[in-house]
Design a protein around this ligand. Structure first.
Ligand code: TEU
Ligand code: CA
Length: 542
């Protein structure tokens, strides 16, 4: 199989609002990112997924776009954006733009014109329905951000569809003119020299609201093929689709190069394993390590050479992994390194979310007034009305709320973590005086250097990028162990996914140690006692 550049790098996600403020207004910005490129180069990443920087009224922090070809004034100018692309390029870092085309802002010119009149050429860019004869909503479709997915529009005299907030009306991809407008916009960005697109909820673009089909709709893959040909098809870009409902079979449809759709997808099967099945992300249950092993193993083995996956623990929608499935108390450093080693030795393109590389943690809140994120706020109000206890809802928000990932990046121990000299838009995690980039860089045993080493290893070893995967020792419940094999070479990856010690048994001989999260490692694997969160990688003999 042909090798692609995006199979050989590690990506890094930046949430611009929270990365680095350069002009002290409390909001991260493009010049701030430029000033930190040397840091990212030192880490070793090959691309940045930039969460949206387009003009937006910020109902959903930039995921509600009012102009795709303008930069949000709080973040800077188009000249700053061009500078960012050029400066990143000098450091061999590509900029992957967030493409949010399932919906726009209600303040986008298309929507403003569409609602004015049924004869507007933009009317059909969105999804409109009359009320039912008895005056009720078109149907009972629900918004992912709580409440009905239909909103009555006085000006339009009809309901419009919004699967996210009321200020994020869904686009109607059945309209060919709309699709052309989107492709033109994508080409505008491609011409600026970007490295590709991360496609927001792309599996929702082909919807059939009257049949309640939301994801994986009938024309999804036709649209993606059309997009591919109209935009990035001959450009060697990285394209990654956010696809919540993907199975390995669906992943092959998207990412088999022969299908001319996307480079890879984000699938979320592992992310849902601490939720009560059939319920929402807010309904919690403990993670079963055995299930985590099965889900990863399935994705590692079933794609084969017919598709490509991404690897991630975190993004701007998810809680911090060290707080979620590691231990952000006594074993913060050990568990963060364990999680990193476990994930980065798998096949796929890894994505690091800002701050993950220094083991940033969730920020606990105690009242709803401390919450910024619209998803959590809407859910709080909805559940309160349904009779839930406020304290239970706050418990769910602390576990799963999106603000956890969005607190400002912790650069150093100075006021507000060196993020800004003004009050940040979202408070800094109070632990910034110990957990910060300056401290991590000064400590050669820090989590940062584990990530740096993992990135170097991936660059150097095709075994990590392309080797076969095999889950081993499945009966050792809390030990997540697997073997990678490539052209006769074999590596063993072992991690103790627990704050208890556990035994690991393996009869094979070790050639050499590749990486570990603890020192004093005994390489006798015959009946090895693993310390809490211990993880290591060895090359096997013969
Ligand atoms: O997320 C899609 C999405 O479905 C999430 O809202 C998800 O349900 C939830 O956050 C679970 O953690 C994308 C973006 O990543 C998110 O930030 C946007 O709010 C959303 O689309 C709308 O654009
Ligand atoms: Ca700023």
């Amino acid at each position: 199989m042909k090798k692609y550049w995006w199979q050989e790098i590690v990506m890094y996600q930046i949430y611009p609002r929270s990365f680095q403020d350069s002009n002290n207004d409390g909001i991260g910005d493009l010049q701030g990112i430029i000033s930190r490129l040397d840091y990212l180069q030192k880490l070793g990443i090959g691309g940045i997924w930039l969460s949206p920087v387009y003009q937006s009224p910020n109902d959903d922090n930039g995921y509600d776009i009012s102009d795709y070809e303008a930069i949000m004034s709080e973040f800077g100018t188009m000249a700053d954006m061009e500078k960012l692309i050029a400066e990143a390029d000098k450091r061999d870092i590509k900029i992957i733009m967030d493409l949010v085309v399932n919906h726009t802002s209600d303040e986008h010119q298309w929507f403003i014109e569409a609602r004015q009149s049924k004869t507007s050429e933009y009317r059909d860019f969105y999804v409109w329905r009359d009320a039912q004869e008895n005056g009720e909503l078109p149907n009972d479709l629900q918004s992912i951000f709580s409440g009905n997915a239909w909103e009555w529009d006085e000006v339009a005299g009809q309901y419009y569809l919004h699967f996210f907030s009321k200020k994020q009306p869904d686009l109607n991809w059945e309209n060919a003119k709309l699709r052309q407008k989107i492709y033109e916009m994508m080409n505008f960005w491609i011409d600026k020299g970007i490295g590709g697109f991360r496609m927001d909820v792309i599996d929702m673009i082909s919807k059939v609201p009257d049949q309640k089909i939301i994801g994986n709709g009938p024309h999804l893959h036709d649209y993606l093929k059309e997009m591919h040909h109209a935009t990035f098809g001959d450009k060697d870009l990285l394209t990654v689709g956010e696809t919540w409902g993907a199975t390995p079979e669906i992943a092959k449809q998207y990412s088999n190069p022969a299908h001319h759709e996307l480079s890879m997808i984000f699938q979320f099967e592992h992310v849902g394993l601490d939720e009560i099945p059939g319920k929402s992300k807010w309904d919690l249950r403990p993670l079963q390590i055995s299930e985590l092993k099965q889900v990863f193993s399935k994705w590692q083995t079933e794609l084969g050479d017919e598709g490509w996956n991404s690897l991630f623990w975190n993004n701007h929608d998810l809680p911090r992994i060290v707080s979620r499935w590691g231990n952000d108390g006594d074993y913060r450093v050990e568990s963060a390194k364990m999680l990193a080693i476990l994930l980065h030795m798998m096949k796929g393109t890894p994505y690091i979310y800002q701050g993950e590389e220094i083991g940033m943690t969730n920020r606990p809140i105690s009242t709803i007034s401390e919450v910024n994120d619209i998803e959590s706020i809407n859910m709080y109000q909805e559940r309160l009305a349904q009779g839930f206890e406020a304290s239970d809802i706050i418990h769910s928000i602390n576990a799963k709320g999106r603000d956890n990932a969005r607190t400002p990046m912790q650069w150093d121990a100075s006021n507000d973590a060196g993020f800004s000299k003004a009050e940040p838009w979202l408070p800094v995690n109070p632990n910034y005086q110990t957990i910060n980039v300056a401290a991590a860089l000064a400590d050669d045993q820090s989590i940062f250097y584990t990530y740096q080493r993992l990135i170097q290893l991936r660059k150097k070893h095709d075994l990590i990028k392309f080797g076969d995967f095999e889950l081993i020792n499945e009966t050792e419940a809390e030990v997540f162990a697997y073997r990678r094999t490539y052209q006769g070479e074999k590596w063993l990856i072992v991690s103790n996914f627990s704050e208890q010690s556990n035994f690991f048994t393996f009869d094979g001989k070790v050639d050499k140690l590749i990486i570990a999260n603890m020192t004093d490692l005994s390489l006798d694997l015959n009946h090895k006692l693993l310390r809490p969160y211990e993880a290591f990688v060895v090359k096997l003999r013969g």
